[in-house]
Design a protein around this ligand. Structure first.
Ligand code: HSE
Length: 399
């Protein structure tokens, strides 16, 4: 029997406890022996919880108990969680986490500590919640040169965009509804401004390309400014708007990493990933295109991935999985303003002005105040010089 602990008894932490209890038999079969939940650390009390006998409030109890071999960090953020994870690793414990903010910011540092201590630091749940994506990238797809990863990595924004498209509602109205239904946070900026998706694409980039990508250096545009006019133009173009996070290597060896709303052609499967679902498209030079789809958030889907990592840590208690990436390098990221992309643009100019400035533009239509069109492939830096009065602009994903 292997003793384990959970740090944080919120949505994810309580889901982890539930899965450990609910699927004991399956977990024991996967791990080779039973996982026994010894402690749950939280500052709060939960008098009605069936797990109340395991609750503790002092982290040092976990840290100093040599019986506890595996710790699941479910606190979130980069404050106390980072401190506790560092201390658990230094105490020789394997750590698993769903904390994308911490992994995106400090993954290289934590993996180095884990390497020095000969323990595992695993974080499958940090990207795509319950969707298996990191492990396939680290094992099944390692025979490939990965040409691109492109994902819908945030459920809240995908839900909001789906409602805007299907019901023709404004962003603010749908956000308010999503907050009332508990789908969106009261402070929604991490989701709607694209930071959450940015952290997740950074983790994927780190893993696949082996160098730490600092989320603060990644061009990130969220969904706040998407208008109902733009949603209607996408429909005319037989496309749907999706917040995509993308990474691909450039010919000069630099890495293009960015997050932005995209026009996605209906022919592309990502156009049909709706509501809170996430999906990650991975293109490898041998395998071609693959698609990973599922629930990117939620109590049990996220716990499924966290407990999967606990089982993996149990199987590798005395053997470290070879996993690390080097620290951030200068000039490693491409300037996304120089990458040729097809653009949807909405301008306050008339059709004639658009045709004069960009003869190859495909006009989608105009209303009284604006004209929407698609460009040929061009860099954003060129588009900025075209002399038109741009209201909104979003890249278009190829079929
Ligand atoms: N807020 C995130 C989302 C939760 O909406 O996808 C999972 O990281």
């Amino acid at each position: 029997m292997i003793q384990v602990a959970i740090l944080g008894f919120g949505t994810v932490g309580s889901g982890v406890a539930e899965v450990l209890e609910m699927n004991q038999k399956e977990i024991a079969r996967g791990a080779g022996e039973a996982l026994c939940l010894k402690y749950i650390l939280d500052t709060r009390v939960f008098p009605d919880s069936p797990f109340r006998d395991r609750l503790i409030h002092d982290f040092s109890v976990v840290e100093s108990d040599p019986e506890v071999k595996i710790v699941a960090e479910c606190i979130g953020g980069v404050g106390v969680a980072y401190d506790f994870v560092t201390r658990c690793l230094k105490a020789g414990k394997h750590v698993v986490t769903s904390n994308k903010e911490m992994v995106a910011k400090y993954g290289d540092v934590l993996l180095k500590i884990a390497q020095e201590q000969g323990v595992n630091f695993l974080f499958e749940a940090s990207v795509g919640g319950g969707i298996p994506i990191l492990r396939p990238l680290m094992s099944c797809l390692t025979a490939n040169r990965i040409e691109e990863i492109c994902g819908i990595l945030n459920g809240t924004t995908n839900y909001i965009l789906t409602k805007m498209i299907d019901d023709g509602e404004e962003f603010d109205t749908v956000l308010k509804q999503a907050q009332e239904m508990g789908y969106a946070e009261r402070d929604p900026s991490a989701d709607v401004d694209g930071h959450d998706a940015c952290r997740k694409i950074c983790i994927l980039a780190d893993l696949v390309y082996g160098v730490h990508v600092d989320p603060d250096q990644v061009a990130t545009v969220g969904i706040r400014n998407i208008s109902v006019e733009t949603v209607a133009f996408a429909d005319i173009a037989k496309m749907r708007i999706k917040l995509l996070a993308r990474v691909f290597p450039r010919e000069d060896g630099k890495l293009a990493v960015f997050v932005a709303p995209h026009f996605v052609p209906a022919k592309n499967q990502l156009a049909h990933v709706d509501d809170v679902f996430n999906a990650v498209q991975v293109r490898g030079n041998a395998v071609g295109e693959t698609l990973f789809y599922g629930r990117g958030a939620g109590k049990l889907p996220t716990a499924s991935a966290v407990v999967g990592d606990m089982i993996d840590a149990a199987v590798h208690l005395d053997k470290r999985r070879d996993l690390s990436w080097s620290s951030a390098q200068e000039n490693y990221l491409a300037d996304v303003r120089d990458i040729p992309l097809v653009w949807f643009v909405n301008v306050s100019d008339g059709e004639d002005a658009v045709r004069a400035a960009l003869p190859e533009a495909r006009i989608l239509g105009r209303d009284s105040d604006s004209c929407g069109f698609l460009t040929g492939p061009m860099a954003l830096s060129e588009l900025e010089k075209c002399g038109l009065h741009r209201i909104e602009q979003y890249p278009v994903l190829s079929d």
